[in-house]
Design a protein around this ligand. Sequence first.
Ligand SMILES: [Zn+2]
Length: 165
Amino acid sequence: MRSIRRTLQNVKCSCCGEERDDSLVASLRADPTVHVCRDCIGGLNERAGGIDVTPTLPVADMADAIRFCESAGFEVHAYDDGFAFVHFNGQSVFDLDLIAGMDPTTNHAGCYIITADADAWHTRLVAAGLPVTAIEDRPWGMREFTLTGPAGSNIRIGSTASPPS
Ligand SMILES: [Zn+2]
């Protein structure tokens, strides 16, 4: 994991004033000395009228789904036997909902995770032995691949492809 190899460094958020791990902080383009933490970015997004989305993926077997998510590096917080919240790095990504009698072969549910480094995700998920497609630059401007869950949901993971220079 990247966070083990590099030296952890705390950066003071210019918005809330808290010391944060530098992996959770971004600097302003116009002034790189101004740092804003992820919590504050979320708050600023809401204040600017932005929304946040958490899809719900149906599952046929909750224990199986939780094992799969944990092996993919997600944190799972079970709400009860039939519902769970799935996070990555402390941020909500999707929920799991146990649907009695669902058929994984006809499940067309999915979601899209946009990250700054889809290649690192791909490497990590391949190393975990999970079912992923090859990573490819797609005509819609994303570099992406698909991870398929045990109930047949397709979790696409991509980064904005670098513009040709
Ligand atoms: Zn902050």
